[in-house]
Ligand binder design. Structure first.
Ligand SMILES: [Cu+2]
Length: 259
């Protein structure tokens, strides 16, 4: 959640927190492309837990799970992950080679992250969707996560300026009035925010758990729907504490190219 001060176990962020800068961390699963064709049959995927607009990294333990689902088939990719430096912190990466047409849902379950500033453990179930070789069936199929955002806009082949619409699910049910944080991955460091409020934008779902947000710039956009789990987890001191569940989806919006 934003509007609180974060410490993030990171000195850099401690500095930002003391300077009064509120910001949100996002689970990130970012492929080198969200469309695969005969010219480019593989993607590299970068996994991290970071602050995408500010480009502030955080150290991420190896995920609890990382897999790809296509055509109702789930493939474990956890053994393929390698340590990587993402925003100057430990993240994870892998390369995936596509063999068949399909719509591929890449999903990560991180290990719980204890956030003392919020007094909760955080688990961001994070996914992204890649289309291969012209197939466009199954992009609105759940990946089977405990909480996730189901795109209502086809999540590939979009332009900056399109409106993204998503449905927030928790245990398979829509979450009325879910709060969704939105952030642009400021990958090239091009943008600066006019105020702290602009770093993470916020939109609420309606009574059916559906929200819309217009993405004005090209790039990767992250949507993070936050809910409280109905269970607790032990913090590092062994105390039972609440758990914040995030359903995070990353989509890519392209720029119109001139002829
Ligand atoms: Cu953080």
């Amino acid at each position: 959640m934003i509007r609180k001060v974060f410490f993030c176990n990171s000195l850099a962020l401690l500095f930002f927190a003391l300077a009064g800068q509120a910001s949100a961390h996002f689970g990130m699963v970012i492929p080198s492309s969200n469309i695969v064709d005969q010219q480019q049959k593989q993607v590299e995927l970068n996994l991290s837990f970071s602050h995408p607009f500010e480009l502030i990294g955080m150290t991420m333990e190896s995920p609890a799970a990382f897999f790809v689902v296509t055509d109702n088939t789930k493939t474990d990719l956890l053994p393929t992950l390698q340590k990587a430096s993402i925003m100057d912190h430990t993240g994870w990466k892998t390369t995936f080679r596509f063999k068949r047409p399909g719509v591929y849902h890449f999903a990560m379950e991180p290990k719980p992250y204890w956030e003392p500033a919020e007094d909760v453990s955080i688990i961001h179930y994070t996914k992204t969707i890649v289309a291969a070789f012209g197939d466009d069936q199954g992009w609105d199929t759940p990946a089977g996560l405990p909480t996730e955002i189901i795109p209502q806009l086809r999540p590939f082949g979009n332009y900056a300026g399109n409106s993204f619409t998503g449905k927030v699910l928790l245990n398979g049910n829509p979450v009325p009035f879910a709060e969704v944080e939105v952030e642009l991955y400021n990958q090239a460091g091009t943008y600066t925010a006019p105020s702290d409020y602009h770093i993470t934008q916020v939109v609420k779902a309606d009574e059916r758990g559906i929200f819309s947000f217009t993405c004005p710039k090209p790039g990767w956009w992250g949507f993070s729907a936050l809910n409280e789990a109905d269970y607790t987890l032990k913090n590092p001191q062994g105390e039972e504490k609440g758990v914040e569940l995030g359903a995070v989806l990353w989509i890519y919006l392209d720029e119109y190219t001139a002829k």
